[in-house]
Design a protein around this ligand. Structure first.
Ligand code: ATP
Ligand code: MG
Length: 204
């Protein structure tokens, strides 16, 4: 199985996530892509972070009907902060996984230097960097990794043999921050999120 993991807070999941995930599946030939909602994202303030169960429920509602999509509660089960490096290590050892991709938007890749044990991430999985407005190209990888990364097919090849690949996708400038703001201000979120998500959010 060619598996992709798409991490994030998904607070809440929106159509930018879903379209990005769909295009990542096509571009990378993924058999399966799992959304992995984070419990305590080390980089995010906890203010406004919707309850983990609600975020998980909304992801489930949003992906219903797409046979390639799934959700993993791996980071919600773990005690303490969720670190991608631990999640990747957990999935890498799974039976039947021929190739493991860590999928993220360009904004996340730009900050990867600040992640816990980030150097190991480059050796644990192939990394797919999806374009996200305003980024139309791959942000530069951490300078500390320069010696380990060689240019390769529009991205890089890591010394471990793993790949870092840039995947240009349809630009959709939707963010959870904007969805939360619209909700707070009583404005419409229709067509920013799937209907099933809108129905839950507009009544909570
Ligand atoms: P927030 O505004 O709360 O940060 P977000 O919209 O950035 O929310 P996240 O849960 O932080 O959503 O993102 C999860 C993953 O999805 C990240 O890798 C992020 O880069 C990617 N992503 C989110 N929105 C888009 C988008 N519109 N296009 C491409 N990638 C996206
Ligand atoms: Mg974000």
């Amino acid at each position: 199985v060619n598996l992709g993991l798409f991490g994030g807070t998904f607070n809440p999941i929106h159509n930018g996530h879903l379209r990005a995930a769909e295009e990542a599946c096509e571009a990378l030939g993924l058999d399966r892509l799992l959304f992995v909602p984070a419990m305590l994202p080390p980089h995010k303030r906890n203010a406004e972070l919707a309850d983990a169960d609600l975020r998980l429920r909304l992801v489930r509602a949003a992906i219903r009907g797409n046979p390639r999509f799934g959700v993993s509660a791996a980071e919600l089960r773990r005690v303490g902060p969720s670190y991608s490096v631990d999640t990747l290590a957990e999935f890498r050892g799974r039976r039947g996984t021929e190739r493991l991709w860590f999928v993220m938007g360009a904004d996340q890749f730009r900050d990867i230097r600040t992640w816990h044990r980030y150097r190991e991430i480059f050796a644990l999985a192939d990394i797919a960097v999806l374009s996200r407005p305003p980024d139309t190209a791959m942000p530069p990888p951490p300078a500390e990794l320069a010696g380990d990364l060689a240019p390769h097919a529009g991205g890089y090849r890591h010394a471990s043999g793993r790949e870092v690949r840039f995947v240009p996708i349809t630009p959709l400038a939707i963010s959870s921050t904007d969805v939360r703001r619209a909700l707070r201000e009583g404005r419409s979120i229709r067509y920013l999120v799937p209907e099933a998500v809108r129905r839950v959010l507009e009544q909570t």
